[in-house]
Structure formats: structure tokens, C-alpha cells
Design a protein around this ligand. Sequence first.
Ligand SMILES: [Zn+2]
Length: 387
Amino acid sequence: MTKQLYYFDHYATEFTATVLNCEAKDGAYAVELDQTLFYPEGGGQPADHGWINGIAVTDTREKNGVIVHTMAQPLEIGTAVSGKIDWNRRFDLMQSHSGEHILSGVICGKYHCDNVGFHLNMDKITLDFNAKIEDADLPAIELAANEAIWKNLPVEITHPSQEELAVLPYRSKKALSGDIRIVTIAGYDCCACCGIHVAHTGEIGQIKILSTQNYKGGTRMEVCCGMRALRSHAEKNESVLALSHALSVPVSQVAVAAQNKFQELDELKHLRAAEKWETFQKQAAQIPDGITNLLFFADGLDSKDVAHLGDLLSSKISGTVALFSKLDGDNYSFLLLNPAEDVRPLLKELQNDFGCKGGGKAGAVQGRVTAAEAAILSFFQNRGFSM
Ligand SMILES: [Zn+2]
């Protein structure tokens, strides 16, 4: 069994130890010490990282009471070593974990529900509750959780006896036996937990609910705490200020101004579509009567426009429409259309000559080709197409 120094002092960052074992494993080394400050992944809290003798520890796991440190280089068995945990990472995880307890305590108290899932990693914290949490309740929940921070309450760790546990209303995700570690924040939460916490709630800094979604009949909530909340605020502030500048409105009016802009864009799109339709109709009207097969060049049409114009042109002739729309340089998108005939053989010939891509059904194929306009023109003129 490795002596778990992190339980004696949540704030200790450096320690000395003796190497008990070191084995090559999966391209790295699994190192066991007689004692360690490296908290192994557990109770929803990710593993500590850091250094032993200056060599990086990239993971820490516990199995049957033995803590194994993953390292890139080996350590000599029997030697004394000095270790240091990555305190920024650990403190961030402590802030997040303690924040999660407060929020879960507030929510479970209000809704008489359970926290049925807790996922804490370096990017994200999610909490799952087996109750539908109403959006309208979120501001009050968030406020209550942050009040616990402002009160700077002690986070108490105890190991009650079985008799004491029997009458203690504590949260737990599973049935527990043996020595049970209880984390209490008076007035807010009491929970069985093996994680590492801050000593006082004030250290959490802030608890911010980022979003909620329906999850398995209950609610999944994404939150952030401590320095993550500060970072999240800074990122959002930067985005909102940039938007406020771009839209020339105060920050408080950014959402409304953006919606108005989208509406304007939508109206412009409709207007442009109507103008295009009118142009296509004019172009089709100029096609003389009596044409069988038609080659038509256009500029910069999207696939929807190509289909629209193709249909209009097709209605003016008796044979096949070959519509080429210039994208850039010698790149064209094209449509071959004939409601009464299979145009795939013509596509095959085009592919043989130009090595282009394309496909579709018997009466209509679409594709892309890189070719000079003159070469396309000559290909279709040779097959009796009019311009
Ligand atoms: Zn916990």
C-alpha cells in the first residue's frame, strides 16, 4: 500500500520518497513509491501530474492501494527521490471538485434529486441530475452556490463511525462500506468523496453554470469554477466586445443587433434570389425557337441556380441542355439535362475527353470540369449543340 500523503495536507506540493518498483509498460515506465503526493484518478477527479527527480509524471493510477506513476524515464529501485506535483493543475481540479459539491448540494436539496454523474476533465465539467431542472431556477441556484463561496465556509473532511453514518444524511453515488470519507460544507452539502478539496469555499472563486440540456430524462449541466470561470469570462468578454465594436452597439444590445443583422441578410438573400430568377427567365426568353441541343455558359452559379436555370432552358428546347457555370479560371460546374433521354453516355464522352467528375440519373447529371471554354465549345459543337 502506498502512503497517500495528499490526504494529510491538500496543499503540500513537494515530497521525498523511496522507489519500490519500476517497470517498463506501454512505452513508458510504471513507478511505485513508498509514499506520494500524486493523487490518482478517482471519485471523478483526474490524476495529478508533476515531476519526480525532474522527470515528468503524466498519469497516476491506483490499484489495490498501490499508486502507480507513469513516467517517460525509469527510476532506480531503492533510491530516494523527490517529487513535485503540478500545483496549477491540482488547484484547478480542487476548485472544480469543491464547486461541484456545493452546486450538487444546492440542486439536490432543492429538487430532492440525485447527482447521478460527474465528469471533470481539463476542458469541461458536467453534472448529471435525475430531475428536470427548470431554466427559470438557474439564476437562483447559481446565486445560492456563489453565496456559499462568499461565506468562505470550511470544507470539513471526517471519517464518521458506522453509527454516526446511519443517521447522517449524506449524498453518495453508490452503496458504500468500510471507512467512509465525508466532505461537509455546512448548510450546503454533505457527501461521501475520496477527492481532494479546498480548505475554505472562498478559494473556489466562482461557480458559473454554462448550459443545461435534457439528459436521460433528467438534466446535464455544464459548469465552470475558479480560474476556469475567470478564463471563460475573459474569452466571452473578448468575443462580445469584438461583436459590440463590429455592430456599433453597446454590449447589452449585441444579441438584438445581431438578430437584426441576420434578418437584414435574410431579406437581401430573398431579394437576390428574386433578381436571379428574373435574370434566368430573361436569358431563357432569348433562346430562339427550334433549337434541339443547347450549350449555355453562365458565371458563378451555385448548384441550386444551375438546376433552376437548367430547367428554364430545357423548357425552351427539344433536346439536351449543357449548362456550364464558371467557378474560377478554367473550372466549371456543369449540368447535362434532357427529360426525355439518357444523358449519361454524353457524360461518359465528356469524361473521356476532359477527365472530369460527375454523376446523376438518366435525365440529369451534374459534375465539375477543368477545361478551356474553347475546348468545351468545340466538344459540343462537334455533337450538334447550338450556343
Ligand atoms: Zn466529490
